[in-house]
Design a protein around this ligand. Structure first.
Ligand SMILES: NC(=O)c1ccc[n+]([C@@H]2O[C@H](COP(=O)([O-])OP(=O)(O)OC[C@H]3O[C@@H](n4cnc5c(N)ncnc54)[C@H](OP(=O)(O)O)[C@@H]3O)[C@@H](O)[C@H]2O)c1
Length: 278
């Protein structure tokens, strides 16, 4: 064992990390952690005002630089443009974190909206955002990794990928597809380009954020809904996750500490996926 190497596993100096959906609750925390480990970090999101606010909250006493770039993960032209901008400013992307995603109320069954009536455009939006919104960035930034024969991709799956939750069929199916795609791309990159390109995913449990607050808390009282209470009851650790809970596994998966790990999906869920409910 080389002690110096061991101690520098989480030093990303000189590396460029891109976080899609980096202005979101989980993406911004991941971006902040990468910056804290000395990476140059670029937040890709649609709302540039929000992305700027996120960057302003980042610590200033770090080696790396933080920047934002406009990008829509469903629009290849904007991703290609972002790639060019990042290459000019920072060099090629070494670490891609695909954190853009989420569910939408219009693709969620309600007492007055049955599965049979869920609108096509809502189903398509959620399916596309979560699956194509990961595949397209992997095409654009993964191509650069393939050319350089190195790089790390981290996708964001969900508990829905293992067993679907009620009410959100498009989101559940798309996240299951993310697990499958993570394995597929891991094999494809290792066999066709380089074993030094790794592709993994985290599967967060339940974290209250913009995209699921309407399901987990009552909008008037702020109290947990019956669904929110059920989530906590089915989480052996008895609480929701906090964004910081994701950081250990995330940094491990994008660092050389996991050099022999590819195609893995790591639950970060307080035990939710291990619990039968009895
Ligand atoms: N929160 C949880 O409990 C949980 C659990 C498991 C998995 N996840 C996953 O974790 C990831 C992050 O979610 P989050 O909870 O942090 O949600 P969030 O706060 O809503 O963050 C998602 C971010 O993605 C952005 N985004 C949406 N569509 C985009 C597009 N087409 N192009 C670029 N950016 C886009 C959103 O921007 P806009 O505001 O402009 O839409 C937002 O900034 C998602 O993949 C989600 O499915 C979350």
């Amino acid at each position: 064992m080389d002690l110096n190497e061991l101690q520098s596993l989480y030093d990303f100096s000189g590396r460029t990390a891109l976080v899609t959906g980096g202005a979101g609750v989980l993406g911004s925390e991941i971006a902040c952690a990468l910056l804290g480990c000395n990476a140059n970090v670029v937040i890709l999101d649609r709302d540039q005002g929000l992305a700027q606010q996120v960057i302003e909250k980042f610590p200033k006493t770090v080696k790396g630089r933080a920047a934002r770039v406009f990008g829509d993960v469903l629009d290849l032209a904007s991703l290609n443009q972002a790639n060019e901008t990042i290459k000019t400013e920072f060099g090629p992307v070494d670490i891609l974190v695909n954190a853009a995603g989420g569910n939408h109320p219009s693709a969620t069954t309600q007492p007055d909206l049955s599965f049979f009536d869920l609108p096509l455009d809502a189903l398509r939006h959620v399916g596309d955002l979560n699956l194509l919104g990961t595949i397209l960035p992997c095409q654009v930034f993964g191509r650069v990794m393939a050319e350089r024969e190195e790089g790390v991709i981290l996708n964001v799956s969900s508990m829905n990928a293992f067993r679907p939750l009620t009410r959100i069929p498009a989101y559940s199916a798309a996240k299951a597809a993310i697990n499958n795609f993570t394995q597929w791309l891991a094999v494809h990159m290792a066999q066709n380009y380089s074993p030094r390109i790794r592709v993994n995913a985290i599967a967060p449990g339940f974290f209250i954020t913009k995209q699921n607050r309407f399901l987990l808390t009552d909008k008037d009282s702020g109290e947990l809904t019956a669904r929110g209470q059920s989530v906590v009851a089915h989480t052996p650790m008895g609480r929701f996750g906090t964004p910081e809970d994701l950081l250990g596994a995330t940094l491990w998966l994008v660092s050389p500490a996991s050099a022999f790990v590819t195609g893995a999906v790591i639950p970060i869920d307080g035990g939710f996926s291990a619990f039968s409910g009895v």
